[in-house]
Design a protein around this ligand. Structure first.
Ligand code: PLP
Length: 404
């Protein structure tokens, strides 16, 4: 199939990937609202429910800590973005798209997940990427993207993004172009279902209701959806609401203000709540009540997106020693660092860490794919060791570059 969006000489491989039969019955949203099955296109990609399990031996922890293992959401490529894609690819199909474009940083997990999963929806993938500081997980993602031989657009800076998105729309009006992280009410529906899924696990006795959930916030999609899903469960009396309060969500910034401002999260949460209420017919609490259960924590960002922090490295090692999920320096190490501090200082537990980074192995680009890659990507991927501006949560500078 020839399209204007196809810029690489090699054919896209993603259409050849196979996904085993997965059922809508595994999606909490459809279990509770079976009427949605006929009217809400959805692409099954993940293995739900993801386990929720205790983690023992985190240094200084005074309260029990549990982990929601979204890192295992798919053996092809897991993490929180599998949930996002289940709902947003449904929208792409509804739109009649043949190709879906992901936009994000060079090492974006959302872009990686898109190229790994689009084929399951019989969609071709394309990516439009802007630079970020190199790191091992980001490089592994870009290598996997190149290995999939999808069309790649490069930008010199994130500021070009609106123009590039508009151009992609213009060039091929039938292509579906996602904003970074697919942060839209439809994209957030996957995380709404995740909130219901956790509530079911609590109601089923798999774990106690957490006082606080800690997760990384980048595009705001997952946080906004989860917030709505938890309150939807509360309104239905599943897991919390009657028996326990709806947990506080602490969103740990991995991208700076204003991308992750409370206002932006609240804006998407409000639109997602309205959309969810329309779909389900359930009256959700006011935005003020949703807002009251959200904390945005900026203390673990360090000096910016993709820049490692000493606290993040400590979290990586602490989780490893405790046999927890693997963390990555860009996202989950920062939320992991926050979790460790809360575990040490909280009087009220339990805490629940939402493991958002995939732990599945990725394919890597070979010489032919690297040779065909745009020059800036090749330089970034093969360039010298990354400049690692490590900074502690307190802001003190130190340098270390552990390979991950
Ligand atoms: C590993 C990981 N954790 C957390 C996030 C944050 O999710 P969101 O962009 O939905 O805020 C992302 C976003 O890409 C991610 O890749």
């Amino acid at each position: 199939m020839q399209r204007a969006g196809t810029r690489s000489a090699a054919p896209p491989l993603c259409g050849t990937l196979m996904t085993p039969m997965l059922s809508l019955d595994d999606v909490a949203l459809f279990r509770h609202f079976p009427g949605l099955r006929s009217g809400l296109p959805w692409v099954r990609l993940g293995y739900w429910p993801t386990p929720v399990e205790p983690i023992f031996g985190l240094p200084g922890a005074r309260v029990p800590v549990y982990v929601k293992r979204d890192d295992r959401s798919s053996p092809r490529y897991g993490g929180n973005k599998v949930r996002t894609l289940e709902s947003i690819l449904g929208r792409a199909i509804e739109f009649g798209a043949e190709r879906v474009w992901a936009t994000g940083a060079y090492g974006s997990n959302h872009a990686t997940a898109t190229v790994m999963h689009a084929g399951a929806a019989d969609l071709d993938a394309g990516v439009a990427l802007f630079p970020q500081l190199p790191s091992s997980p980001a490089r592994a993602n870009l290598s996997a993207i190149l290995a999939a031989r999808v069309p790649v657009e490069t930008m010199r800076s994130v500021v070009e993004l609106p123009w590039v998105m508009a151009r992609l729309h213009r060039q091929e009006p039938g292509d579906f172009v996602m904003p970074p992280g697919a942060a839209s009410p439809r994209g957030a529906l996957g995380a709404v279902s995740a909130g219901l899924e956790l509530a079911e696990q609590i109601a089923g006795g798999e774990c106690p209701a957490p006082a606080r959930i800690v997760l990384a916030v980048g595009s705001t999609c997952t946080t906004a959806g989860l917030l709505v899903g938890l309150h939807l469960a509360g309104a239905l009396g599943i897991g919390f609401g009657r028996t326990a309060p709806v947990p506080r969500v602490t969103a740990v910034r991995v991208t700076p203000w204003p991308v992750t401002s409370r206002l932006r999260i609240a804006h998407l949460a409000r639109r997602t709540a309205q959309y969810t209420a329309r779909l389900t017919g359930v009256q959700l609490p006011s935005l003020a009540r949703l807002y009251a259960t959200l904390t945005v924590d900026r203390r673990y960002l360090g000096s910016g997106y993709g820049r490692t922090t000493a606290a993040g490295w400590r979290a990586i090692h602490a989780f490893k020693r405790s046999h927890g999920p693997p963390l990555d320096v860009v996202y989950s190490a920062k939320s992991g660092a926050a979790l460790l501090d809360f575990a040490r200082s909280s009087r009220r537990g339990p805490l629940l860490f939402w493991a958002t980074k995939s732990s599945a192995p990725l394919p890597q680009a070979g010489d032919p794919e690297l040779a065909a890659a745009p020059q800036p990507l090749r330089d970034w991927l093969l360039g010298p060791g990354y400049l690692d501006f490590t900074s502690s949560a307190a802001g003190s500078a130190a340098t270390s570059a552990f390979p991950l």
